[in-house]
Write a protein that binds this ligand. Sequence first.
Ligand SMILES: *Cc1c(COP(=O)(O)O)cnc(C)c1O
Length: 402
Amino acid sequence: MTLDFLALSNKYDTPLYVYDFDYIADRYHALKEAFSGQKSLINYAVKANSNLSVISHLAKMGAGADCVSIGEVKRAIIAGVDKYKIIFSGVGKKDEEIHEALKQDILLINLESEAEMKRVESVAASLGKEARISIRVNPNIDPKTHPYISTGLHDNKFGVEIDVAKRMYIYAKKSANLNPVGIHFHIGSQLTELEPIAEACGIVADLARTLKALEIDIRFFDVGGGLGVVYDNETTISVKEYADMIKEKTKGLDVTLLCEPGRYMVANSGYFLTKVLYEKRNDTKRFVVVDGAMNDLLRPSLYEAYHKIEALGNENEKTPTDVVGPVCESGDFLGKGVLLPQLNHNDLLIVHSAGAYGFSMSSNYNTRNRAAEVAVENGKDRLIRARETFEDLIALEKEFLV
Ligand SMILES: *Cc1c(COP(=O)(O)O)cnc(C)c1O
């Protein structure tokens, strides 16, 4: 579908996030279809794009949610995700968060250390409950992605080593307040090669077999997220090959396959719309200053991530320029060396692939109101988050002003 970016930018103003909900539906169905013939659940990784309407859109198709804070768990519940489809992951959880997750009776709490297991056990005991848990295994595989988004090496803070995991399962089985039913790995994000995932999957499937032999009843095999997407000219993993590989590696295990895609589901559904304020040149460089900034879309600053940037309908000769925002940081750029035509005040730029880790990483730095978010579905657009106002930003401070 072609979106009418100009009309949307005029109707809702800029900076603006626009998400193509039909694209998200296609992605969901393609992945779900790939797992056919096997019990499976797609747990959308809420952190990629936490907008309630995005979560709700996926929940209506049957998706579950992978959450990394109790706030995300609450978002998932409010958006209509069935509680028995919600997983609570993450490397650190406060007792209050564990307490709430147990009270909500979600599908799984995912553990990342022995210390965390003891906390969950103790909170479950105080509630007289048995916590359904899964353990995140760190298979020590190099996922061949950016070091900031690589999580499956022993250098990373995530998960536990195989031996530790085994010890934890044996402990949990004996505990009256822990019920170990899941096993989990997640080796990184923006993965474009199947091989490291297959290797990790094999290692973890072997551990699951060992556990079954110890009469630890693993019923959920969670392969994490991390499926890469096209930002530039990457070749990505075919979801069919991905799912076939997982089915093959888990053969005979009798488990429900869980998968936690975030970026895969939403990255290329999203566009960040920003308008040109003015051009600025010095001896060596050309800058285009726009009304969107690093507080809106952090990925370029944080990971030097590439996002394709286009000037709509302008076919004039293009020269390289840095696209920068108004924030007072040299790191505030949306693109460097972008080929763009001569631009005028209020010309529209489209930043592509902005649906994942875009708005959800945005901030109010420099007292900038966060952008509005719009969904387009079946050719119809609707606001799914209002643009913040200055009053919103100061509300929690104003009452204390003396
Ligand atoms: C971030 C994360 C995901 C989602 O990663 P994507 O690369 O967006 O698919 C899934 N599972 C866990 C545990 C995560 O931390």
